[in-house]
Every structure is written in C-alpha cells, then in structure tokens.
Design a protein around this ligand. Structure first.
Ligand code: SF4
Length: 111
C-alpha cells in the first residue's frame, strides 16, 4: 500500500510549543488577511464577528491544536480554537483556604 505524506504534521505525533504545522489544515487557512483580522481579532463588543469566528472554529479539524497553541504561548488577543481572549483566561484567583467554612477543621479553643 502506498502512503502519501504531506509533511505538515510532526512524525512522532508529539508537538512542540512553537509548532504551527497544524495551521495549514485549519478552516481559516487561506482566508484573506483583512477578513481574517476582522473575524478572528474582533473587539470585545463585536458580537457578529465573534459569532462568525466561533462558527468557523466549530467545524475546524485542528481546533484542539489551535487552542493548545494559544494557551501554551499565552496569546492574549484573538479567537483561537473557538475561544475568545476572555474565555481562555484562567479562573480568577481563589484566596487560600483559611480553615473556616464548609468542611473546615478549625480548632476551637476553650475560654
Ligand atoms: S480553530 Fe479557528 S482560528 Fe484555529 S485554525 Fe481553526 S478556524 Fe482557524
């Protein structure tokens, strides 16, 4: 059986942080640069553009790789892997547990 390879993916199946070989298989690949800028780098209130980007990303075969790339490289702007900048942000800081509250083991001292 003959195998045709395009050499657009690492042969090991592992990917380095800087690897962008997945991009040529993205649904947005080949888009006009100005259109891509408008759709994938919208302002926070550009709801139509954000929806358009999410729709395109929704059926993109390399969505996971695209999102991983954005997270690994701490990309702050744009829609990557179908998530906006705000959606990729880690959850807000949770204060350290002080032993008080649900399931706490706070020791009571005798008066
Ligand atoms: S997930 Fe979206 S931004 Fe990423 S390659 Fe696919 S279409 Fe482009």
């Amino acid at each position: 059986m003959r195998h045709i390879t395009t050499h657009d993916a690492p042969t090991t199946g592992l990917r380095s942080i800087g690897d962008t070989s997945w991009h040529t298989r993205g649904a947005c690949h080949g888009m006009d640069a100005e259109d891509a800028d408008a759709v994938f780098f919208p302002g926070p209130r550009d709801h139509e553009e954000i929806a358009e980007a999410k729709e395109l990303c929704g059926w993109c075969p390399v969505r996971r790789e695209c999102l991983d790339f954005a997270l690994e490289n701490v990309l702050k702007e744009g829609v990557w892997g179908g998530l906006t900048e705000a959606e990729r942000r880690p959850p807000q800081h949770v204060p350290p547990y002080n032993g008080v509250g649900r399931g706490g083991t706070r020791r009571l001292t005798k008066p």
